[in-house]
Design a protein around this ligand. Structure first.
Ligand code: ADP
Ligand code: MG
Ligand code: MG
Length: 900
């Protein structure tokens, strides 16, 4: 088995085997770019290593040694040789980039012998011993698993004694002593002498990188990003290029375009005379990449050229890592760049206009959920002005990831996780973040760091998560021990739990809460263009769930082509109507009920008129389809709760007096008591209500059709669709429909014929199973996948998530088992369960079309806005999906992707 590939043996297509990094350096090597020579140990070797109880699979080590020989030939250097020693990095690299989650060891191959060779070769003692001490430090942390703080303390002591500020100023004579002390620390902590044999170093480092695949933060990251745990990581062994050989050397990272705006400009940072992680570690503040033009003009020019070539080559924006050794540029990594929503859309659209990709590719490239972020809230400008006026602006940092957030300032990730999971909005404040903070970042509303640049860990992770982030805010001093931060130059202190607000688009940090507002869709020119292209490819219609004219108008703005669900019960809840609704519910006779309904009719008629008007094209007068669902919830939802009433009545009784009020409340208590159900979601609701109290449905139907006919007189053509919920047996629908057709005829007689349709929701398993019968009396179906999921799983939606469902998805802790036991792969209320609920949907579609080929089929559960579920809707051949207005752009894009 081939476990090891030299860089020139690989290519970009081999990501499964070589990991993203390995495939990237291979591709660059073959494209003739300056890449330090090396080789990649495959992900298969990693998996085989785990399968064999952490033993290298047969032949691996031999192949490593053989590849190393070739690298020695390519470079003219010798591994472990005193003369011209070869030093290498041992770098992790999985199929999907997991920035900073796994480990990399630099300067490997150094020991007391080879360091002398390095001095001889470079004539630079300081450099050689600095490389040595870095190696011990990194190797100890990653391979020997020792506490890094002991090393930092030693460095700090030497800096203090030499009276210098940065590591780069420690003199060579001190570095030699530091190396000796480091070795002792490593030995003391690990209980073994520090390995001097370079082959042993290499063997251990490769094992450590394999092991880092299963460190906690890597596992957390994969769980969150839904990356399978079975992929394994590759290991790249690569000749070192030294960025720390003086001021004609350096190291940096750069994006070929701006990852937060999409602007076409090199965007990144570098440090002169520095190595590896120095740029992202936030220890020294790096310079902008554009300054490289002044510092090392030749290098800048070459780098710019390479960046352009790589973009053209990959047809995508790239994220690059490079090192300059004595004026020579080396490329260390290229990968498709992570970008936030705004950049994703702009880059996709720009690249079409530049002729780099076509429209179809652009549509495929943007993650639909990212589009949602573009419509993310921002601070209300007035509120923000007020906050500034009142002196709440505390500081300004780097605008590292856009969006606005407020929450309680929390200074450690674990505490943030606790509060965040309990539903408290949290802004995580850290001096700088590291991969150990990710669990807290995942639940925070925003991130604030005092150090680090636009490519620091905090910034990169926040952009990936779509979280607002202000990074490198040097005007605050974070005190981790005391859980607070001070604002420089003032006596302001923000303690743990104080409210703060951050604006990731401007970098501003405020004390207190600033309210947020919605984004301005009209200004999203690129997004509109992209969605326009998406519309050309999609087969599914995209409708919206809207209960109010305001929602309907917004949905239209976002591109909805109809309303797939208008819930009428919200209209009953409004203040002035609720007493009438209650009178109707508590009525003792048909007459009393009718009187209340007569009062409700004009309200409902104007509600529907409002919605309809919002859905009419003002020029053509043509209306979009509007599906209105007749009353669905159990009636007790419109009455005060039994418990509250009981408390009220008891209070009035003990107080005495208030006879009249007491009687009223008692009557209400009796009535509510009589209506109590053990299991209201499976009780008297939906079409069952209509069968027992037809008058309510009759009033609603009348209101709908009268509203439509009034508008018809103004030349506005509407397509009302009346939807009867919770049908389980065809007879239920038959009877309700019979009653309502009567009303429709009456109205047609009074004010002329109007077009209308009757249909039902498929939201009970029995309805799906007998969809052929139901379709014979139904003009349309709308799959109510919320209830259908609830009733198929037998999960109460109101209880399940909090009580057990999220644990099912997250995994149950099992004593004795290392891994959590995942019971469900997804939350079926978020993403349609294709295997179970999906089968019922498919059956409903097939059976429905069999007896009624013209039947119109849609979905109106939460799933209508979920990209994975939308794909399923496309596959089973629904006519449209209906989702909340803000999800409409997401659905347009997801529907196009499903069709491509
Ligand atoms: P990560 O996946 O965390 O980015 P890398 O393997 O890319 O880890 O290594 C981190 C950094 O170490 C790189 O960005 C680069 O600066 C430095 N590095 C790695 N290999 C080399 C090398 N062969 N020569 C010089 N620097 C290197
Ligand atoms: Mg890297
Ligand atoms: Mg329902």
């Amino acid at each position: 088995r081939k476990w090891v590939y030299l860089f020139h043996e690989g290519n970009a297509k081999m990501r499964d085997l070589l990991g993203g990094k390995g495939a990237g350096v291979a591709e660059m090597t073959n494209a003739g770019l300056p890449v330090p020579p090396g080789f990649t140990i495959t992900t298969e070797a990693c998996n085989a290593y785990y399968d064999a109880n952490k033993q290298f699979p047969d032949g691996t080590w031999e192949q490593v040694l053989a590849a190393l020989k070739i690298v020695e030939e390519q470079t003219g250097k010798g591994f472990g040789k005193k003369e011209n020693p070869l030093l290498v990095s041992v770098r992790s690299g999985a199929k999907f980039s997991m920035p900073g989650m796994m480990d990399t060891v630099l300067n490997l191959g150094i020991n007391d012998e080879t360091v002398l060779g390095l001095v001889e070769l470079t004539g630079n003692e300081r450099f050689a011993y600095d490389a040595y001490r870095r190696f011990i430090q990194m190797f100890s942390k990653i391979v020997l698993d020792t506490d890094p703080r002991d090393f930092e303390n030693v460095l700090d002591q030497y800096k203090e004694r030499a009276n210098v500020k940065s590591d780069a100023e420690i003199p060579a004579s001190d570095l030699k002593k530091i190396v000796a002390e480091f070795k002792q620390i490593a030995e003391r902590q690990s209980g073994e002498p520090f390995p001097t044999d370079v082959y042993q170093q290499l063997h251990k480092a490769i094992e450590a990188v394999f092991s880092s695949w299963n460190n906690k933060r890597a596992i957390d990251y994969r769980n969150f990003n839904k990356i399978p745990h079975s992929l394994g990581t590759a290991v790249n062994v690569q000749t070192m290029a030294f960025g720390n050989m003086g001021n004609d050397s350096g190291t940096g990272v750069a994006f070929t375009r701006n990852p937060s705006t999409g602007e076409k400009e090199l965007y990144g940072e570098y440090l002169l005379n520095a190595q590896g992680e120095d740029v992202v570690a936030g220890i020294r503040t790096p310079s902008k990449i554009s300054r490289l033009k002044e510092d090392l003009p030749h290098v800048f020019e070459q780098f710019q050229e390479i960046a352009k070539r790589l973009e053209q080559h990959y047809h995508d924006m790239q994220d690059l890592e490079f090192t300059v050794e004595k004026g020579r540029l080396y490329m260390l990594q290229t990968r498709s760049a992570k970008r936030n929503a705004q950049a994703a859309v702009k880059v996709a659209v720009d690249m079409v206009e530049e002729g780099v990709i076509n429209e179809e590719e652009a549509v495929k490239r943007v993650d639909p959920t990212q589009v949602y972020q573009l419509l993310l809230p921002r601070f209300d400008e007035e509120e923000k002005k007020r906050a500034k006026g009142e002196g709440h602006l505390l500081a300004k940092g780097l605008n590292a990831s856009p969006g606005a957030a407020y929450g309680k300032a929390i200074f450690d990730a674990t505490r943030a996780e606790e509060l965040g999971k309990a539903g408290t909005p949290v802004v995580l404040v850290r001096p700088e973040t590291s991969p150990d903070d990710v669990h807290g970042m995942l639940v925070a509303k925003g991130i604030l760091t005092a150090r680090g640049g636009a490519t620091s860990h905090a910034a990169v992770v926040a952009r990936g998560l779509g979280l607002p982030c202000v990074a490198g805010c040097e005007e605050i001093r974070v005190n981790e021990e005391e859980h607070l931060f001070r604002v420089v130059g003032s006596d302001i202190v923000i303690h743990e739990g104080d409210d703060i607000s951050i604006d990731g688009a401007t970098g501003e940090v405020f004390a207190g809460i600033i309210k947020t507002v919605d984004a301005d869709y009209d200004k999203e020119v690129d997004l509109k263009k992209l969605l326009g292209w998406a519309d050309k490819y999609r087969k599914l219609g995209v409708w919206a769930n809207a209960d109010y004219p305001r929602d309907a108008r917004r949905a239209i703005t976002f591109g909805a082509e109809g309303i797939g669900l208008c819930r009428t019960e919200h209209m009953f809840m409004e203040q002035e109507r609720l007493p009438i609704v209650q009178k109707m519910i508590l009525a003792k006779s048909k007459e009393e009920r009718q009187a209340a309904l007569d009062q409700l009719l004009p309200f409902q008629r104007s509600d529907f008129k409002g919605i309809f008007e919002a859905m009419v094209n003002p020029e053509s007068g043509e209306g979009y389809p509007v599906v209105i669902r007749l009353i669905d919830p159990p009636l007790h939802e419109f009455l005060p709760s039994y418990e509250d009433l009981l408390v009220e009545v008891t209070r009035l009784e003990t107080q005495g007096g208030h006879e009249e009020e007491l009687n009223e409340k008692r009557a209400m208590l009796d009535a509510v008591g009589a209506m109590r159900e053990m299991n209201p979601m499976l009780g008297l609701r939906g079409c069952r209500l209509g069968l027992l109290f037809p008058e309510i449905n009759v009033m609603q139907t009348r209101a709908i059709l009268e509203a439509a006919s009034e508008l018809a007189k103004e030349g506005k053509k509407l397509q009302p669709k009346i939807m009867i919920p919770l049908v389980g047996h065809v007879n239920e629908l038959k009877e309700v429909r019979r009653q309502l057709e009567g009303v429709a005829k009456e109205i047609a007689g009074e004010s002329g014929a109007i077009e209308y349709k009757f249909g039902t929701m498929i939201e009970l398993p029995r309805a799906a199973l007998t969809a052929d019968q139901i379709a014979e009396v139904s003009d349309f179906f709308s799959f109510g996948t919320n209830d259908l999921t609830q009733t198929t799983f037998g999960f109460s939606r109101d209880d399940a998530e909090g009580k057990f469902l999220l644990k099912y998805v997250d995994g149950l802790e099992e004593p004795g088992l290392k891994d959590k036991v995942k019971v469900l792969p997804i939350n079926p209320f978020q993403t349609l369960d294709r295997e179970g609920v999906g089968q019922l949907v498919r059956m409903g579609v097939e059976k429905g079309r069999k007896t009624n080929p013209d039947i119109e089929l849609g979905i109106c559960g939460e799933h209508g806005g979920d990209p994975d579920s939308i794909e399923f809707c496309h596959i089973v051949g629904l006519n449209y999906v209906s989702c909340s207005p803000f999800r409409v752009p997401v659905a347009r894009l997801a529907a196009a992707q499903a069709a491509l």
